[in-house]
Design a protein around this ligand. Structure first.
Ligand code: NDP
Length: 327
């Protein structure tokens, strides 16, 4: 584990250990004291402040990178050079050039690169995607995404005070983007956005956003995201020529979400068999490492989500509509 992080503690350690052939050998922290505490608290047999101690260990097949966002690129490049498979947290990197370097380095080293966009691992989204592909609601017209939260104090830190690595767009809106790419099956062509700042974040870091995007087929998409809205429920709504699909409580880390369809016959709930999102992601990554299939979200998925997120940020900063280029 590269990074003694909250997300590792809360979700990923358990998900790694849930895989039949996986165990955690070591954790890297920039602080000796934090690493020692993290290792002890989580039953990890070793901790280090030296990434080479992990990368030189032949027993290590893969690293999970969950450091702050500005370290993802450098640590992925080091892991690839050492022949280690990489599951890296989102955003893949802070700029497109770095993301491309990571993809090329992993490809050339012959190692797997996965990006942990977990929402596409939610069973409700997977069911919704299947229904959209089957044409259940006809021609898609518009989509709305609701992803407003109240950021708990424990998560403030870099999210609210780092103008480069922090902010809602690269932290949260990028999840919405990946989810939309997964559900719609394409990338937006144009984006426009307005942001808020100052309710919780400072130094110009955004803590609220409204985005409008155009997807191929003239599909309009709207996202509302926030760190500062208590009591809101995350959700998605897909409006088609023959019906509406509504996902409720489906934009979190939990195995949750209820799916409803409304059409000429009225409204009915569509059953969903839920599974743990992170167990699903780690299972897909482990299979890919063994040569079967690919991670739930690949490096290319991470790159596309980042390029769209940066276009959204550019729009918010310039007040212009931005044409999206996926490298
Ligand atoms: P944390 O702030 O918990 O951890 C990030 C880094 O901050 C750690 O690697 C750690 O550095 C350092 N850190 C942790 N605690 C302290 C402390 N008390 N004082 C100083 N530094 C500290 O971040 P998150 O777990 O929230 O996020 C980590 C990554 O995971 C990010 O890239 C984020 O975008 C992503 N993420 C993904 C989620 C998902 O569901 N896919 C959910 C949440 C986050 P060190 O290792 O050097 O000790």
């Amino acid at each position: 584990m590269i990074g003694a992080s909250n997300v590792a503690r809360q979700w990923i350690i358990d998900a790694i250990r849930a895989q039949p052939d996986s165990t955690i050998l070591n954790v890297l922290s920039s602080s000796e004291e934090r690493g020692a505490g993290f290792a002890a608290e989580n039953g990890i047999p070793a901790h280090t402040t030296d990434i080479d101690a992990i990368l030189a260990d032949r027993k290590v097949d893969a690293v999970y990178i969950s450091t702050a966002n500005q370290f993802h690129c450098r640590q992925t490049l080091a892991a690839a050079a050492a022949g280690k498979n990489v599951l890296c947290e989102k955003p893949i990197a802070l700029d497109v050039a770095d993301a491309k370097k990571m993809i090329v380095a992993c490809r050339e080293a012959g190692v797997v690169l996965g990006i942990n966009h977990h929402l596409r691992c939610n069973a409700m989204h997977q069911k919704l995607r299947q229904l959209l592909r089957e044409g259940t609601i006809g021609r898609l017209n518009a989509v709305r995404v609701f992803h407003a939260n109240f950021l708990p104090e424990a998560l403030h830190g870099w999210r609210v005070n780092d103008p480069d690595g922090g902010g809602l767009i690269l932290d949260s809106t990028i999840h919405d983007i990946d989810t939309l790419r997964f559900l719609i099956g394409s990338n937006p062509t144009h984006v426009m956005a307005m942001t808020q700042s100052g309710r919780l974040a400072h130094d110009g870091v955004e803590d609220g956003i409204m985005v409008v995007m155009r997807f191929p087929g003239d599909v309009l998409v709207q996202i509302h995201g926030s760190y500062t809205v208590p009591f809101s429920e995350g959700g998605v709504e897909f409006y088609g020529s023959g019906g509406v699909l509504i996902g409720r409580d489906c934009m979190s880390q939990r195995a949750a979400g209820r799916l409803f369809m409304r059409n000429a016959d009225g409204e009915r709930e569509i059953p969903v068999q839920h599974h743990n999102l992170y167990h699903y992601a780690l299972a897909a990554f482990s299979s890919a490492v063994r040569g079967a299939g690919h991670p739930a979200a690949t490096g290319e998925d991470g790159l596309a989500a980042l390029a769209i997120a940066l276009a959204i940020r550019e729009s918010a900063r310039t007040g212009r509509q931005i044409e999206v280029e996926i490298p």
